[in-house]
Design a protein around this ligand. Structure first.
Ligand code: 99T
Length: 209
């Protein structure tokens, strides 16, 4: 399998953390791509009309997107029920946390694009502030519910929230998301120490195709 991705993408990281947790990371070849909403990458667009990362290309040439679909595919490939719990209560808890983590990443990526991509004279400060407010509200919502996240194990909710917090450290470290959120900070410290997270730390890359 091939994965169009980028080492800075939190969604690409989510897929690779899932693959590491399932023990199949070595079956995925990483094709790093440079992609922004205004600079689509032809190789990615050929496999995904949305032109987004991550996109997984299977051995038979079919492509899967987005990160939610890819993660569920990988889980099924390994028998199912490991990252996406089957038992209803655990399942909806994990899926809701996945939606929260993905939503934080969406807001953070949109704030980032507004900051670094848009020409300076067109930048819209209110847009950035309101994307960041989404992140603030999501983290404040999560702090008293941190027990919903698995303490030692892993599921798709934990992976998504973990990658979202890792992305905030990577792109918005100065915002200090840990302040006033000791429960979440403690949970993340343990989660970030997992080998799957250590193997997928985000970084920028100049030479992506
Ligand atoms: O929107 C675009 O055209 C290019 N952006 C992306 O492909 C981003 C890369 S993160 N990916 C997504 O937004 C995927 C979201 C989707 N719902 C999923 O896969 O779950 C780039 C971050 C950075 O450069 O800092």
């Amino acid at each position: 399998m091939r994965l169009h991705s980028h080492p800075a993408s939190p969604f690409g990281r989510k897929v690779m953390v899932a693959a590491h947790e399932l023990g199949i990371a070595e079956r995925i070849r990483l094709d790093y791509r440079r992609v922004t909403p205004v600079e689509p990458n032809a190789a990615v667009v050929a496999d995904n009309p949305l032109g987004k990362l991550p996109t997984l290309v299977l051995e038979d040439g079919r492509a899967l997107f987005d990160s939610r679909v890819i993660c569920e595919y990988l889980d099924q490939l390994c028998g199912g029920g490991r990252l996406f719990p089957a038992e209803p209560e655990a399942r909806w808890r994990a899926l809701r946390l996945q939606a929260l983590g993905d939503g934080i990443m969406d807001a953070a990526v949109l704030a980032r694009y507004e900051t670094v991509l848009r020409p300076e004279e067109l930048r819209w400060q209110a847009w950035i502030e309101h994307q960041k407010l989404k992140i603030t509200r999501a983290l404040d919502w999560l702090e008293p519910r941190v027990a919903e996240l698995p303490e030692d194990g892993v599921d798709i909710g934990a992976i998504s929230v973990g990658c979202a917090l890792g992305y905030l450290d990577f792109r918005f470290g100065a915002d200090g998301w840990r302040a006033g959120r000791p429960g979440l900070a403690r949970w993340y410290e343990r989660f970030a120490a997992r080998p799957s997270m250590a193997a997928t730390r985000p970084h920028d890359l100049q030479e992506a195709a």
